[in-house]
Design a protein around this ligand. Structure first.
Ligand SMILES: [Zn+2]
Length: 69
């Protein structure tokens, strides 16, 4: 696991997060933010966004529709 500081492309906030690689699936796992430039979160990216912080993602209408019970 590695600590990483990213800048959210939606709100401009600096976010301290983590990045790790799942040992079983090889998938990239992030904490504190989402990589939306590629992979499974790509459909949540707006325009040229690469990183979106937890706060922004969790208030995204599309995210809420899918992941909020
Ligand atoms: Zn944000």
């Amino acid at each position: 696991m590695k600590n990483i500081t990213i800048t959210c492309d939606r709100c401009g906030k600096s976010v301290e997060g983590i990045i790790d690689k799942c040992k079983t699936t090889g998938a990239i796992v992030t904490g504190g933010y989402y990589i939306v430039a590629e992979g499974s979160w790509k459909e949540f990216a707006r325009d040229t966004e690469e990183y979106v912080c937890d706060d922004c993602m969790h208030t995204d209408p599309k995210y809420q529709k899918i992941y909020t019970p």
